[in-house]
Every structure is written in C-alpha cells, then in structure tokens.
Write a protein that binds this ligand. Structure first.
Ligand code: UD1
Length: 371
C-alpha cells in the first residue's frame, strides 16, 4: 500500500508504482487528499500517469493537529480492510507522519502487522521550527525499513541509534520520474508560450511558512527578487499558500506577459503542471526556491539553484550539486551575481540514476521474504 498526500509525494509515488508494475508487484494507492486542488493534484496524476487511487480519503486542509488527526482517523479503517503486507510512505508531509503512526500501531486479526517502509528516510534540516522535521524524525523512528536517497541520510539515522540493518541507500526516486519524463518536459511549449524562448530567465518558488506567512519575511524577499527581475525576467510560480499570503499582505505582482518577457521584472503565475515546470527549469539560467525537491531536480539537471533558507536537509545538493544556500535576504543579490558570472558547477550524486525505485521495491521484497 503506497500513500500519497501532497504534490511532492506524487512525483515519488509515480516512480514507485512504475517500479511495482515492472516487477509485477500488486500495489494499492491511497490518496489522503492533503492536496486537492486540480493544479496541485489532478494535473500531477494525469501527467505522471499515476492510476486513480484505490482509496481517496478527502481530508483537505487544516491545522497540523487537525489535518494529521483527520488523516489518521480516515486511514485506519482502510488499512485494516485492505491488510497490505507493507505500507510505503514517502517524504515528509503531514500525510507521511499520519499514515506512519497508524501503520506502526496496527495489528491485523491474525496477529501480524504491516511492514512500514519510509522512502526518502534520514534527511535532517536540524530545524525543529520546520513541521517537516518532526514528520521526518517520527516517521523514521517508527519505520521497519528506511530507504535513503543520499549519504547524509544513512549517517543521520545511524547517529540517532537506528539499527543499520534497517537502512539502505537506494538513491532518489524523485529523479527517476524526472529522467522518465525529461524528454517530454523539454518538448512542452511553456517557454514559448511565456515569450521566453531563447531568452535568459529565472524561475522562483516559495511556499515555506517561515518565508511566506509573515510580511517581515515575504516583503524583503519579494523586493530582492524584483531587483533580480531588473536583470532578467523572473517567474514566481506561486503555491496557493503564497498567493493567499501575498494577497493578505497587499503584495501585488503582474502576470507574465510580452512586456515582462522582453524587458524583465518579477511576474507571478499559479502553480505549474509538472511537465511545464520541469521544461522551464531545464532551460532556466537560475532557479530560486525554498522547496526540497527542487534543490534535487536542479542538481540532476545541472541548473544553478539558490535555496532561500538557512538550512537544507539535502546537503548532497550543496556538496556535490548546483545548490547554494542563501541564509539571509541581503545575500540574495550578491549570490545571484556570483552564480551568473561563474561556471556551471555540480555533478549528479551517486544512485540518482533513474533506477532508485526499482532498488527500493527490490529492497522491500527482499525484507518481506526474510520476515
Ligand atoms: C505541504 C507540506 C510541505 C510540502 C508542500 C508542497 C506539510 C506540513 N507540508 O505544504 O512539506 O513542501 O506541501 O506543496 O505537510 N491549499 C490549497 N489547495 C490545496 C492544498 C492546500 O489551496 O490543494 C492551501 C490551503 O490554504 C492550505 C495551505 O495551502 O491551508 C497549506 O496546505 P498544507 O497541505 O497544509 O501545506 P503546504 O503548504 O501545501
């Protein structure tokens, strides 16, 4: 049983389901409904060719406690009715945590219990103000098998006392989906439609509560991005949380149009479909983001990335890849200038080769056989 809840989960689940098909493993898909907008959910299911979920829990948005509790209450009966041998959770969103807690406590009527697998285990930002950090730590400590995407994950888990026998470095399943669909993404007309074909441009995403929820954070960030916009057109593909915060804070931006593409500036669109976004990212001169997954995708594509956060749980993207952490807003413009005048750095980390999900599913089968 594979759990999907929010946008970044869909990219990882697509790879795992693909690998299940290849290895003839029966998979049951549960969508918690944490993300429900067409732009954040349906479009991803279509473009990533994810089958319709076997169970849709339809939980929607809410406070952390409310959302987590609703997912747990809705998931428990589904788990007990389906009785899968393994439950696979991915990433670090509230759906990951909620379903992990339910699966780790479940006991079937015959006394057996599901085997809980965490894909993308071991990542740590060491920042407990990030809700995802709690989700990561708790999920890892209740999981039976921890499948890791980069070496820091193994080191973190061992340091926290997790039995090394439960831990395997399989690589990055998000990059499997990127490699599978990169050709199609590069053929989308997103850049042409925005008037950006053949031009230098930058792509921006922001959605972390610490960056967008308060005017003291978001205002200076937007002003720095507007300065960069004077040098090349920048597109902010805004998450609904960011769009709502900008409206609340009276931060208006123009929509992308011909004048913006010609003269530059910072423009705002809504969230983009996967293929359009990857197609634009592959052609961008620079990406500025606070997303976790985009730090990895830019590394795989060899596109410079400025991460607008004081920390990253994906240090391999900084050590080996194209990622630079920008810890203070004042550093954004100097970092941008430095990146634009330097050579394109980075290499693709080990096991980010498009076959991570196959290794993940094989590792699960291997463990289930031994149990
Ligand atoms: C969630 C994840 C975050 C991940 C991000 C990717 C948690 C704690 N956070 O953050 O780790 O990086 O997804 O996008 O799980 N909303 C909509 N439509 C939707 C879903 C949400 O408009 O389909 C709006 C609602 O106002 C909602 C807000 O976005 O309250 C936040 O949604 P939520 O799922 O709580 O967290 P994200 O910010 O999306």
């Amino acid at each position: 049983m594979v759990i999907a809840g929010a946008r970044p989960n869909f990219v990882k689940v697509a790879a795992l389901l693909h690998a299940c098909r290849e290895l003839e493993v029966r998979a049951c898909l549960v969508h918690t409904g944490q993300h429900y907008d067409k732009d954040l959910s349906d479009v991803f299911f279509d473009q990533l060719e994810i089958p319709r979920p076997d169970h849709s829990l339809g939980v929607g948005s809410g406070s952390h406690a409310g959302q987590t509790a609703r997912i747990m209450a809705a998931f428990e009966p589904v788990l007990l009715a389906e009785r899968p041998r393994a439950v696979v959770v991915v990433g670090d969103v509230n759906s990951t945590l909620a379903c992990s807690l339910v699966a780790s406590k479940a006991v079937y009527p015959d006394g057996t219990r599901p085997f809980l697998v965490h894909v993308e285990a071991g990542l740590r930002s060491f920042d407990r103000t990030m809700p995802e950090e709690t989700n990561r730590v708790v999920t890892d400590h209740v999981s039976d098998l921890l499948l890791v995407s980069e070496p820091s994950g193994e080191a973190n888990l061992i340091r926290e006392g997790i039995d090394p026998d439960k831990v395997r470095l399989v690589g990055n399943v998000m990059i499997d989906t990127l490699r599978r669909l990169e050709g199609r993404a590069r053929q989308t007309r997103a850049a042409e439609d925005l008037g950006l074909a053949g031009k230098r441009f930058g792509l921006v995403t922001l959605h972390r509560p610490s960056n967008v929820d308060k005017a003291e954070s978001l205002g200076p960030l937007i002003r720095a991005l507007e300065r960069i916009g004077q040098e090349m057109p920048l597109l902010l593909a805004a998450h609904p949380r960011t769009g709502q915060a900008m409206e609340r804070q009276g931060l208006a931006l123009a929509q992308p149009g011909p004048e913006w593409a010609e003269k530059g500036g910072l423009a705002r669109s809504g969230p983009l479909p996967y293929l359009d976004f990857i197609g634009l990212m592959a052609r961008a001169a620079i990406v500025l983001t606070d997303s976790g997954g985009i730090q990895e995708e830019t590394t795989a594509l060899g596109v410079p990335c400025l991460t607008l956060r004081p920390n990253t749980e994906r240090p391999v993207t900084v050590d080996q890849g194209t990622n630079i952490l920008v810890t203070r807003t004042e550093e954004i413009i100097p970092s941008f200038r430095k990146v634009m005048s330097g050579p394109r750095p980075g290499r693709v980390p080990d096991k980010w080769d498009g076959r991570a999900a196959l290794r993940a599913v094989r590792a699960i089968l291997d463990r289930l056989e031994k149990n």
